[in-house]
Ligand binder design. Structure first.
Ligand code: ATP
Ligand code: MG
Length: 247
């Protein structure tokens, strides 16, 4: 793998990106994709140049959340991502359509390498990466191939989620990968569990369970007006983790 010629190309493809933020958490269904999508929209609204990369190759979902239809990447010395609400958007759906991507193990790694090697992001302030669930291959691939990646760790206050989140944090810490901090999502009560269990981590903020969010899925305007988006904006504004010069 170390000799793969695509590695050099990937470095060049990512060279114009100031902050590369992987939205992770290990556990499935805790709001990684919704957060990645709304974070990209929010940063774009604030005037930053933003890209969103859906790396959940077996179950991409950010195109559904953002209601992306009818726009396609352009081939031009690589692939130029289409812009949706000024966000440059790239996802495996452009290659697989509605067919389930029948990829396993090394094939997933290869598809990810390919996507990273062909996509021309140009100059960006932020590239937000929606990570698949799991603590395995995809995370290792991102760490290896997107060397400037920093991780935003999502959790809920469930012991079940926290168990996996702790593993993610341990793994990232051991590998010296920067962690911006933790966001507690789907909050439904005054649990202090996240703060207690993740004592050494910056907790960037919390997002309450938003009963109305389902009605906003697929509609960028509604998404931006949601309570969910208000929480994301508050987190971005108050956390130094989203400053451009921090890197
Ligand atoms: N704060 C919230 N309030 C209400 N619903 C939420 C909230 N956060 C996420 N959801 C909903 O929960 C579901 C799962 O969210 P999402 O797809 O973002 O999770 P995920 O971590 O990306 O899942 P996966 O691991 O399967 O990719 C979605 O239907 C989403 O709209
Ligand atoms: Mg997801």
């Amino acid at each position: 793998m170390a000799m793969d010629p695509r590695l050099n190309i990937i470095d060049k493809r990512l060279a114009g990106i100031k902050r590369l933020i992987a939205v992770s958490g290990g556990k499935g269904g805790i709001g990684k994709s919704l957060t990645a999508s709304v974070l990209a929209l929010t940063l774009s609204k604030m005037g930053y140049r933003v890209g969103l990369l859906d790396l959940d190759l077996s179950a991409p979902s950010t195109h559904v959340i953002l209601g992306i239809e009818g726009v396609y990447p352009k081939e031009e010395k690589g692939i130029v991502p289409p812009e949706v609400q000024h966000v440059k958007f790239m996802s495996i759906v452009y290659f697989t359509g509605d067919n389930p991507a029948p990829l396993r193990g090394i094939d997933i790694s290869n598809a990810m390498l390919e996507l990273l090697a062909i996509t021309r992001w140009g100059s960006l302030d932020f590239l937000i990466v929606d990570m698949p669930p799991g603590v395995g291959d995809a995370m290792m691939d991102v760490i290896r191939w997107m060397k400037s990646a920093e991780f935003l760790v999502m959790t809920t206050s469930s012991k079940v989620a926290l168990e996996t989140v702790k593993k993610v944090i341990k793994m990232l810490t051991e590998l010296n990968v920067p962690i911006i901090g933790v966001i507690e999502n789907m909050k439904m009560g005054d649990s202090r569990l996240v703060k207690e269990e993740l004592k050494d981590m910056p907790i960037l903020g919390e997002i309450w369970f938003d009963k109305k969010i389902e009605d906003s899925i697929g509609d960028v305007k509604k998404l931006l007006e949601s309570d969910f988006a208000a929480s994301i904006k508050e987190i971005v504004l108050k956390s130094s983790g989203f400053e451009l010069q921090l890197k």
